[in-house]
Design a protein around this ligand. Structure first.
Ligand code: ADP
Length: 415
């Protein structure tokens, strides 16, 4: 994510909640968000190459993509600190942005939470939260009470008088969260808010963000490059690649029916096998891979096609060595084993390629002979050319990510 462009003007938008009114809204419903054919260029770089996106009121949308894919640009356009070069943005049915029109951030009824917290250093935690209420016509006592309640909601009431430099990173982000929701904006924008935090804190705050955003009824747009975070938080995931949205769907659909090999790779694979499609029936393809046959979901392949089988980790299972192989099982040797708390992830070298994150409750030592079962629900069969094209457009990043796996329980296949 580029940091240079998200500096001061955006920070001024933090906590801004007014729609030009000074009174409190009775209904806390979220904005309906609609981007039409949004184009944004920076010199010769096209950051948004015609993005159509719709988010229903109160829904939680996660924008997922690697660095530089255009996620922050979308957030900045929604936040009103970046102008569009083409297309239009509607919030709550109102045209707020096109080449002719620009509604300033403070009149969009939104709040933003950043990776680096962006608190006012000269204000206490309480002062930061109260500042977001400045446009509401509230008495001093009421402002104090509302700010206190919001801080209490994130577990920080007792630290209300501390200044940002006297708070840990996690505490600062909680203040930022309280500040974002205190005035009940219609849209919450989150730009990688957990990136600077330790793993255990990330998980805690993730749950708090999910709960608070839904409680306050706002529509949420959340940016991350972390697939596990995206799957855990989202009502819908929008996957971005090079300034385009390549799939917008609920997490289950992105996982089970990725729109392209790029999406499949970016959202976690155990490995890839090259083969030849023997037959396709009822959307299931049977693919010859070396001396074995692997069944999978036929995604645009026909009998006789050269194909690539992209395998989800949750669809693999480790078996003891089998006397005779059956369809969907491959022999192999364990080359690595890693303890994961609930059990063990194995890397298995098979004669046709390596598979990682093959789970079993018991460890199998390095060098052990095993079989890997691949269930067809999580074996995604794409035409070889499509798969190759997506690999080159996605650069080195995505192929590295094949080793990154989702928590197998988060989106598990049910046999
Ligand atoms: P992401 O949030 O997915 O990391 P960004 O939206 O920040 O991506 O950036 C998308 C593309 O636009 C990148 O190629 C980035 O280098 C470029 N970009 C973003 N902001 C600017 C800017 N102010 N000036 C020039 N190029 C920019």
């Amino acid at each position: 994510m580029s940091r240079d462009v998200s500096e001061l003007p955006f920070r001024r938008a933090v906590g801004s909640t007014a729609r030009g009114f000074e009174t409190e809204r009775a209904d806390p419903a979220g904005h309906h968000v609609r981007l039409d054919a949004a184009v944004k260029r920076y010199g010769r770089t096209t950051a948004l190459a015609g993005v159509d996106l719709e988010v229903e009121p109160g829904r939680f949308l996660v924008l997922l993509g690697r660095s530089g894919s255009g996620k922050s640009t979308i957030a900045r356009v929604l936040g009103g600190v970046e102008r569009l070069d083409g297309g239009a943005l509607h919030l709550g049915g109102q045209l707020v942005e096109d080449r002719m029109r620009h509604l300033p951030p403070e009149r969009r009824d939104l709040a933003m939470v950043f990776q680096d917290y962006a608190l006012w250093p000269h204000l206490s935690a309480h002062g930061n939260v109260a500042y977001a209420l400045r446009r509401r016509r509230l008495s001093a006592a009421e402002t104090r009470m509302r700010a206190h309640e919001a801080l209490d909601r994130v577990g920080l009431a007792r630290l209300a008088d501390r200044y940002p430099h006297q708070l840990s990173g996690g505490e600062q982000q909680r203040v930022a969260l309280a500040r974002a929701v205190v005035a009940r904006p219609r849209l919450l924008l989150f730009d990688e808010p957990l990136s600077n935090l330790d793993a255990d804190l990330r998980e805690h705050l993730r749950v708090e963000i999910a709960t608070l955003a839904r409680e306050c009824g706002a529509t949420s747009v959340y940016i991350t490059h972390d697939q596990a975070e995206a799957f855990a938080l989202a009502d819908e995931i929008a996957v971005m690649d090079s300034g385009r949205l390549v799939q917008v769907a609920p997490p289950e659909q992105v996982y089970h029916r990725p729109a392209s090999p790029f999406v499949a790779r970016f959202t976690g694979l155990a490995g890839e096998l090259a083969g030849l499609v023997l037959a396709v029936s009822q959307s299931q393809a049977h693919v010859r891979v070396g001396d074995w046959v692997v069944p999978g979901q036929a995604l645009g392949v026909r009998a006789g096609d050269a194909a690539r089988v992209l395998i989800r980790p949750a669809a693999t299972r480790l078996l003891p060595p089998q006397p005779t192989g059956s369809e969907g099982t491959l022999p192999g040797t364990v080359v690595d084993v890693a303890y994961r708390g609930r059990g063990y992830d194995h890397v298995v070298a098979t004669p046709v390629g390596s598979l990682s994150a093959v789970f079993d409750g018991q460890p199998h030592p390095r060098g052990a002979l095993v079989h890997v079962q691949v269930r067809p629900e999580g074996a995604l069969v794409y035409p070889e050319e499509e798969s190759r094209a997506s690999r080159s457009s996605s650069g080195g990043d995505a192929s590295k990510l094949t080793a990154v796996t989702l928590d197998t329980d988060a989106v598990a296949y049910r046999p």
